[in-house]
Write a protein that binds this ligand. Structure first.
Ligand SMILES: Cc1cc2nc3c(=O)[nH]c(=O)nc-3n(C[C@H](O)[C@H](O)[C@H](O)COP(=O)(O)OP(=O)(O)OC[C@H]3O[C@@H](n4cnc5c(N)ncnc54)[C@H](O)[C@@H]3O)c2cc1C
Length: 290
């Protein structure tokens, strides 16, 4: 039995806390929707690196961090529940949705995907090996590798606890990292070079980073996973989620906003779509509840 907020059925779950997700949360609060917002990356980590934003309406010259801190404070003032959680899978169940994190499951009547876009392309070989030695979920698949030799690629400090979990069950972990963790378990060997390629061999998954390392299983812990893994069956156009005028997707009850719906990759556009998506949600809930 997975521990979770199973007793709470939210009106709306927003996945992603960048400009699109924050804008959606503010509008949802103004429409009195019982909302939960999930964000794993620390609220738009890529945008936070921008030293100066000139084109956000009314706030020229602020940094990405200042802008995001302002957005998050606005969300918090509206009382939206915020969960620092990576959503790994979304499933429709009768008239609502189940959203699975690494160790909890949440339920909501509607969903807004505000995932941004992945700034890291999948590694060569990665797509073919998912489910065949490559996994995006330590809690789901870690136990298959009890006592064995595991590899982890981790680019999100908030997901370090997943590496610690894997270290607690594996004999040895080779971990490719982009940040400095506070403490590293004794059976974890850290690497700084970026992996370049994955290959399936008779002995396991071979990771090439200039040298070659073979592991029994490889976990890839990034901020954003392919949408096709998160919610199979959504209509996509390349990497973009296909949406209509109300930001509705091909799955009734699921809406999308921001960079994940395509270019222009801009803050104003993301915020506008977040608001539009909530208005779509309000109409959807009115119809489905009547
Ligand atoms: C360096 C830089 C400078 C920029 N400068 C400008 C500029 O000057 N002007 C401008 O208009 N635009 C600029 N942009 C573009 C702008 O940042 C994006 O268009 C905007 O952030 C998109 O917002 P979003 O909410 O769609 O996605 P994002 O900002 O990418 O936010 C998505 C959030 O969702 C989270 N997330 C993803 N998947 C999951 C999951 N499964 N579970 C939980 N959380 C998840 C991520 O961790 C992230 O926090 C810049 C971008 C960068 C990188």
């Amino acid at each position: 039995m997975i521990e979770g907020d199973l007793l709470m059925l939210y009106d709306l779950a927003i996945v992603g806390g960048g400009p699109a997700g924050c804008s959606a949360a503010v509008t949802a609060a103004s429409r009195n929707l019982n909302t939960i917002l999930f964000d794993v990356g620390g609220f738009a980590p890529a945008l936070r690196k921008a030293p100066r934003i000139e084109n956000y309406l009314g706030l020229p010259g602020c940094s990405g961090k200042e802008l995001m801190d302002t957005f998050v404070a606005h969300v918090k003032s509206g009382g939206t529940k915020i969960a620092t959680e990576k959503i790994l899978n979304i499933m429709k169940l009768n008239d609502h949705f189940m959203l699975a994190g690494p160790s909890k499951v949440y339920e909501a009547r509607s969903v807004i995907l505000a995932l941004g876009v992945s700034h890291t392309a999948g590694l060569p070989g990665e797509g073919d090996l998912v489910g065949k030695g490559v996994s995006y979920c330590a809690t789901c698949d870690g136990n298959f590798y009890k006592g064995r030799n595991i590899g982890v690629i981790c680019t999100v400090p908030a997901l370090w606890h997943e590496v610690e979990f894997l270290a607690s069950i594996a004999s040895h972990v080779t971990c490719w990292l982009t940040f400095e963790p506070a403490a590293v378990p004794v059976n974890v060997e850290t690497r700084r070079k970026s992996p370049k390629k994955l290959t399936k061999t008779d002995d396991g998954i071979l990771i090439s980073d200039g040298t070659e390392t073979i592991v029994d299983g490889l976990f890839i812990l990034r901020e954003t996973d392919p949408v096709s893994r998160l919610m199979p069956g959504l209509d996509m156009s390349g990497k973009q989620i296909v949406t209509g005028h109300a930001m509705e997707t091909s799955v009734p009850g699921v809406f999308a906003a921001g960079d994940c719906t395509g270019s222009p990759f801009q803050i104003n556009k993301a915020a506008g779509e977040g608001q539009q998506a909530v208005l779509g949600v309000v109409d959807y809930l009115r119809v489905t509840r009547s």
